[in-house]
Structure formats: C-alpha cells, structure tokens
Design a protein around this ligand. Structure first.
Ligand SMILES: [Fe+2]
Ligand SMILES: [Fe+2]
Length: 239
C-alpha cells in the first residue's frame, strides 16, 4: 500500500508545488486524505504522479481548516460522484456546496469503518474537532493525522483504546510548532515508549520537532514532502 504525498509544506522534488497544508493519496484504497489549501497545486501534483482525478473514489477530511479542506470544492468537478467523509466539525454551507457539486456526503461522528482495512477515530474535541485515519496493514496499524489539534499523544491513546494496539506508524501533521523543545522531547519519547516505531511527521510539526523526532526514532524517521511516495508495507515490515 502506497501513500502519495500530494501536497505538503515542503516538496521532496522541485517540480512538485508546495504550500501550507496537507494531502495524501492512498492509491490502492482510492482514498484521498485531506485536500491541501489549493486545487490547482493539487491537480498539478497529481499529474506529476500520473494519477488521474477519476482514480479518487472517496475523500476523507480530518478537520475544517482551509489548509486541509481548501482544495476540495475545486476538485469536485473533476471527480464522478465521490464519497466525502465528514464529521460534525464542518459547516452546513460547506456540506451543501459539496452536494451541489456532486459529492455524496457520508457523515460520521463516532469511530467508524471507512472501507476495507480503513477506519477513523471519529472526531476528537479540540479547537477544531478532528478525526484521524487508521489503516490495518497486515495486522499492524498506521495512523494518519491532519493537524493533530487534539494532541498527537491523545490520538495514539485513542487508537489503542479502540483497536487494542498502538499504531506502529504515525504520519501527518503533529502540531508542535509552538511547543518547547522539552515538551516535544517528552512527546516523542512517550510515543516511542508506547510502541510507535515509525514517524512521518510533516506540515504543522515544525522544524524543531522534526529534529527531535529524527533523533529519537533514528531509522524509524520518515522524511515527508510533496512528491514523495511512502511504501507502507515495506516500511512497516522492518519493525
Ligand atoms: Fe493544518
Ligand atoms: Fe488545522
């Protein structure tokens, strides 16, 4: 199973357009996780991956912030009746517009199954309610977060509570930009102590936190960036 990093704050290759936000395409699941901040950049990067928008059958939005939901409305006319997974944190106007543009809205407010081997924690409370995605990859879990506003540790604890296991891999935005190095160090160590072995932090994680995570997780640290493809089975097989 491959995760294509379609949009991110940084590019892993110069021809990919970067910008503030996050979007990841899980190609074998035909599932797009978040849509970045801007549709044209998204379409440009899809074409560089040789991905046609019609490959997208469903879209999951983590939370209602422009850098995660901003690319959606412009993308919808390129898709044919996609399922859009949303929770209570989105405005009724946004939902109505998705429907008008042909999206089939699937609302979830609890931990749910999204598709074969794909689950969500459901929305957790924070400044903006946010849900994360969980993949069951041959019995091992991978957790993907948008911004992790509810806290990256809380999302990992929630995963353990719901699925009985700590995710082996945690990727996405960890929202540690404003945090002190000491606190970041504690969080990174705690994730490792709990059993997380692979981290792919990006977006709102912040440079300081990337350094701390790289130091603690060593060869379990996965660099992100638009244009990068994560081969999840291969990564997880090592641990
Ligand atoms: Fe964000
Ligand atoms: Fe956010």
């Amino acid at each position: 199973m491959e995760a294509y990093i379609v949009f991110n704050n940084q590019s892993a290759a110069p021809e990919f357009v970067s910008g503030w936000g996050l979007s990841v395409f899980f190609r074998s699941k035909r599932l797009l996780f978040d849509t970045g901040s801007e549709t044209n950049a998204l379409l440009h990067n899809f074409s560089l991956f040789n991905i046609t928008p019609s490959e997208i059958h469903s879209i999951f939005l983590s939370h209602f912030h422009w850098d995660h939901a901003g690319g959606l409305l412009g993308l919808l006319p390129h898709l044919s009746s996609p399922k859009i997974f949303l929770h209570r944190g989105f405005s009724s106007g946004f939902i109505a517009e998705i429907r008008r543009l042909g999206g089939e809205v699937v609302l979830f407010n609890e931990p749910s199954k999204i598709g074969p081997g794909v689950y969500t924690t459901g929305p957790l409370e924070s400044s903006s309610p946010e849900a994360a995605l969980i993949f069951d990859i041959q019995g091992k879990l991978a957790l993907f977060t948008g911004c992790a506003h509810p806290g990256i540790l809380n999302l990992v604890h929630k995963t353990k509570e719901l699925w009985g296991k700590v995710p082996l891999l945690v990727g996405g935005g960890f929202h540690l930009l404003q945090m002190s190095r000491k606190k970041i160090f504690f969080i990174a160590q705690e994730l490792h102590r709990l059993g997380v072995r692979l981290v792919a932090p990006s977006h709102c994680t912040g440079q300081k936190a990337l350094e701390v995570f790289a130091d603690i997780f060593r060869n379990g640290f996965v660099a992100m960036g638009a244009g990068k493809i994560l081969f999840l089975e291969k990564l997880m097989r090592k641990f």
